[in-house]
Design a protein around this ligand. Structure first.
Ligand SMILES: Cc1cc2nc3c(=O)[nH]c(=O)nc-3n(C[C@H](O)[C@H](O)[C@H](O)COP(=O)(O)OP(=O)(O)OC[C@H]3O[C@@H](n4cnc5c(N)ncnc54)[C@H](O)[C@@H]3O)c2cc1C
Length: 334
């Protein structure tokens, strides 16, 4: 049974009153330095947008991640785990409950000592995917080089089945550890995720399972060839993607066409709303170049969707995830 966080008194409301300890205070106390009240999420999001988290937990290791989820679950408090916040539009009003940012970043490359086949990598889900890709490329292990410039964490990449340049997570992931809110960790194979193009079961259906670690099986390749590919992919990203604070591609490409072309064709390149602007460089990228808000970004989404639908009859579907202000609770209701 999940309590509605909004019915609980805020820290301000309880100050000076002799009430039983607020569950968020209990969780914050148990997690010590890892937890902070009322922290603006804009500080951590790739696009620099997002109001305060009622309780923000930075989980710098696996134990803190597991404990934070367990404590929130036990207290019946709404919670959610994010990675690098590179692909998500957070509401200006912030999120109530417990927001856990996953910074558990240990990566094991010498897995043969644990009886695994050669060229396996086991990465905690908060590891930066680009760093794992860079290190495996340096070692001459092929399979993740496409991700050398991919923003975000291993966990976010698994959930989204991220991919680029013909590669994708589904092609090398051989196992993952999943945490349930009750604290059980189970090992699953790739089939569990039902991967499709930029899709996994965890993305489609809001589930309570958290990816704790991911195991990738890579293949020995010539390090010089891999390094050349890495440089090529980096250059192609630099050419195609505008610099600045963005969420990457705002919309999916519709079948047989490109969203950037469509938004440009309806004349919206360079159009601004408040602190957000549709990039002149690539119209599927929206940039926060000032004090942009979620409302500004959303206004551009609505405008692009309406104009492309009016002029081309195509309804653009967001690729980014838009978090509704009321929707902090992603825990399976029971
Ligand atoms: C400039 C730019 C370029 C990009 N290029 C590409 C590209 O080429 N290809 C591509 O596929 N994507 C691309 N993206 C999108 C994005 O980087 C990826 O989708 C990335 O994998 C998201 O990871 P994250 O850690 O930031 O996830 P977040 O944005 O933090 O979260 C995404 C979702 O995953 C969930 N989640 C995160 N971690 C976990 C976990 N451990 N367990 C369970 N759920 C979790 C979150 O709750 C949320 O629903 C780009 C983004 C930017 C800004």
């Amino acid at each position: 049974m999940i309590l509605c966080v909004s019915s609980l008194p805020s820290a301000g409301e309880t100050r000076g009153r002799n009430l039983t300890t607020h569950p968020l205070t209990t969780i914050a106390t148990a997690l010590g330095d890892a937890a902070q009240r009322d922290v603006p999420l804009a500080r951590y999001s790739g696009v620099g947008i997002g109001g305060p988290a009622e309780l923000l937990v930075i989980a710098r290791n696996r134990d803190t991640l597991v404990r934070a989820v367990g404590l929130a679950h036990e207290a019946g408090i709404r919670w959610r785990v994010f990675g690098g916040l590179t692909n998500i539009l957070l509401p200006d009003g912030g999120l109530r409950g417990v927001v856990i940012l996953n910074h558990a970043r240990h990566v094991e490359y010498d897995t043969a000592q644990h009886g695994m086949p050669p060229h396996c990598v086991v990465a905690e889900s908060g590891a930066i995917i680009a760093k794992v890709a860079q290190e495996t490329t340096r070692r001459g292990w092929g399979g993740l080089t496409w991700a050398v410039g991919l923003p975000g964490t291993v966990g976010g990449a698994v959930v989204n089945n991220a991919g680029a340049f013909g590669g994708e997570i589904a092609k090398t992931l051989i196992a993952a550890e999943l945490l349930t809110p009750e604290g059980t960790v189970q090992k699953v194979g790739p089939d569990w995720f039902a991967f499709q193009y930029r899709y996994s079961k965890l993305k489609a259906v809001r589930m309570a399972e958290i990816v704790v670690s991911a195991t990738f099986q890579l293949k020995p390749r010539d390090p010089v060839v891999l390094a050349a590919k890495a440089s090529e992919y980096t250059e192609r990203r630099q050419r195609a993607q505008p610099p600045g604070r963005t969420l990457g591609s705002t919309f999916k490409n519709p079948p047989g066409d490109y969203t950037g072309r469509l938004i440009e064709a309806v004349g919206l390149k360079g159009v601004r709303h408040g602190g957000c602007v549709i990039s002149e460089h690539h119209a599927n990228f929206f940039i926060n170049d000032g004090n942009g808000t979620a409302a500004d970004y959303q206004a551009l989404i609505d405008l692009a969707q309406a104009e492309v639908e009016r002029q081309f009859g195509i309804r653009l579907e967001p690729e980014i995830e838009i978090v509704e202000p009321s929707a902090i609770s992603y825990q399976a209701e029971s």
